[in-house]
Design a protein around this ligand. Structure first.
Ligand code: GDP
Ligand code: GDP
Length: 463
């Protein structure tokens, strides 16, 4: 058993080469010539101490009839269904092509984790392509060279949580089967970390948002007079600034992207950079506050940033700023609720706070929501509770029957928090409609009180 990882991407980006690199044998045929038919077979991959099954989808694109898009869409969707994690490859030297963008759209819509890989980046080659890759909205690209074996340590870091999650889930399942006793709800592993917000472990919060949303104003208002810059970067450059702050008796490290934006303006790459910068801050943070301007909230770039936060699996609070300028608050709030229903399937129930950074209104509410979001993000539900719940929901709303046979969901476990990741063991996961997964996730949210947090939900095949 173990995790299954699929490699997807348009032809010629280096899927087979990466497959070979991970399997350590020349199983897949690498060829420059389009039209060469290749097998799509799983290999036993190793990366450091990680072991997993890898599927190379390279063969499919030529083997099937139809347009390239059609074939690739099928290939991508199939791989996504089978896999616990996806490696989405682009060619860093070629940059992002329309075909890459097209399939990134498909990949973005799944709950299976996607790791974006910019291949052919040996030496310093392909840095433009690497940069462009952010625009795919699949998170931070990892630069690798499949051919030269570079960047594999970063790939390891990115894959490890998912591979481990599956191993842990399987171990837990075996353990439970072996001992056949109900796990005590309080017998769960207790997080040994120092409580967040104490002196030892400040909560890491990033303030991100479009230029002019009011980030700097908000941060200055938070910090008041005693602005205290810390970290090695302080004073040297404002590139990645962290500021220590205290709200009530809680300690917080704020990551501010405003400074980078100013530099970006000089470079006239504003649109692109602000997303890349946001991503950088998001990486550092546990909770991300996405700041929107109330007068034009939820524009494309806002949604892109929110999507990035969800993709990266961070806890999230949306701050609708400049609320002091809004005349008809009732109408504005209604618009916000509508946008919420329309856009935020992945983070249903996300916390939205209205405030005025300029006038200092709503800051306490913002921070209360930040800590609540953090708690939901850390939520851990015991296996016993999950399985009692699973039994109930599958009785109330059974999975559909396909070809006359009912799909069975046997077991549910949560191997990971931050964000919560659930794994369900299912007889035929590939046939389970996505709408059913959405139903499960939404019901999980409601039952266990985890609104607004990105939730990972994946399946393992098993009776
Ligand atoms: P696939 O169609 O996505 O499976 O791509 P292949 O693995 O067949 O690779 C396509 C071409 O890209 C081949 O000529 C490979 O040698 C080349 N290639 C793959 N990885 C790299 C890399 O890291 N650097 C460079 N420069 N070329 C690569
Ligand atoms: P940033 O680019 O996100 O850091 O945005 P700034 O903090 O530089 O703010 C952009 C503009 O919006 C400035 O003119 C601010 O004075 C204004 N602004 C920021 N927050 C508020 C607010 O809450 N209310 C009002 N009326 N204006 C604000």
């Amino acid at each position: 058993m173990g995790a299954t990882v699929a490699i997807i991407g348009r032809p010629n980006v280096g899927k087979s080469t990466l497959f070979n690199r991970l399997v350590g044998k020349r199983l897949a045929l690498v060829d420059d010539t389009p039209g060469v038919t290749r097998d799509r077979r799983p290999g036993e991959a190793r990366l450091g101490d990680l072991k997993f099954t890898i599927i190379d989808t390279a063969g499919l694109e030529e083997a099937e009839a139809g347009t390239l898009e059609g074939r690739m869409r099928r290939q991508t969707e199939e791989a996504i269904r089978e896999a616990d994690a996806i490696l989405f490859l682009i060619d860093a030297r070629a940059g992002v092509t329309p075909l890459d963008a097209h399939f990134a759209d498909v990949a973005r819509r799944t709950t299976t984790p996607v790791i974006l890989i910019a291949n052919k980046a040996e030496g310093r080659a392909g840095s433009d392509g690497l940069y462009e890759a952010y625009s795919l909205g699949l998170g931070e690209p990892i630069a690798v060279s499949a051919e030269h074996g570079e960047g594999l340590a970063d790939l390891y870091d990115a894959l490890k949580p998912y591979v481990d999650a599956i191993t842990e889930a399987e171990d837990a399942k075996r353990e439970e089967a072996r001992t056949a006793v109900d796990v005590d709800e309080d017998g769960e592993l207790v997080d040994e970390e120092v409580p967040v917000g104490t002196r030892e472990r400040p909560l890491r919060v990033a303030i991100v948002g479009r230029p002019n949303a009011g980030k700097s104003t908000l941060i200055n208002r938070m910090l008041g007079e005693d602005r205290m810059l810390t970290g090695p970067e302080a004073g040297i450059t404002r590139d990645s600034i962290s500021v220590d702050w205290q709200w009530q008796d809680r300690h917080i490290k704020l990551f501010d992207t405003a400074g980078i934006r100013r530099k970006a303006r000089v470079q006239e790459k504003l649109e692109k950079l602000s997303v890349a910068d946001a991503l950088r801050a998001i990486k550092f943070a546990e909770v991300v506050v996405v700041t929107l301007d109330a007068s034009n909230a939820f524009e494309k770039q806002d949604l892109q940033i929110i999507d990035l936060v969800a993709r990266e699996g961070r806890a999230l609070v949306i701050a609708v700023n400049k609320w002091d300028l809004v005349e008809d608050r009732e109408a504005a709030w209604k618009q916000i609720r509508d946008a919420n229903d329309r856009y935020f399937n992945q983070i249903r129930g996300v916390r939205i706070v209205t405030l005025s950074g300029l006038q200092g209104q709503g800051l306490d509410r913002l921070m209360e929501n930040v800590f609540e979001a953090y708690e939901a993000w850390n939520a851990r539900v015991s296996t016993a509770r999950l399985n009692r719940w699973l039994e109930k929901v599958t009785v109330n709303h059974p999975p559909p029957a396909v070809a006359g046979r009912r799909i069975r969901l046997r077991y549910l476990t949560q191997p990971k928090t931050r964000p919560p990741h659930f794994v369900a063991f299912c007889s035929r996961p590939e046939q389970l409609p996505e709408s059913y997964t959405r139903y499960l996730v939404n019901s999980l949210r409601e039952t266990f009180g985890i609104p607004g947090t990105p939730i990972r939900f994946s399946y393992r095949k098993g009776e």
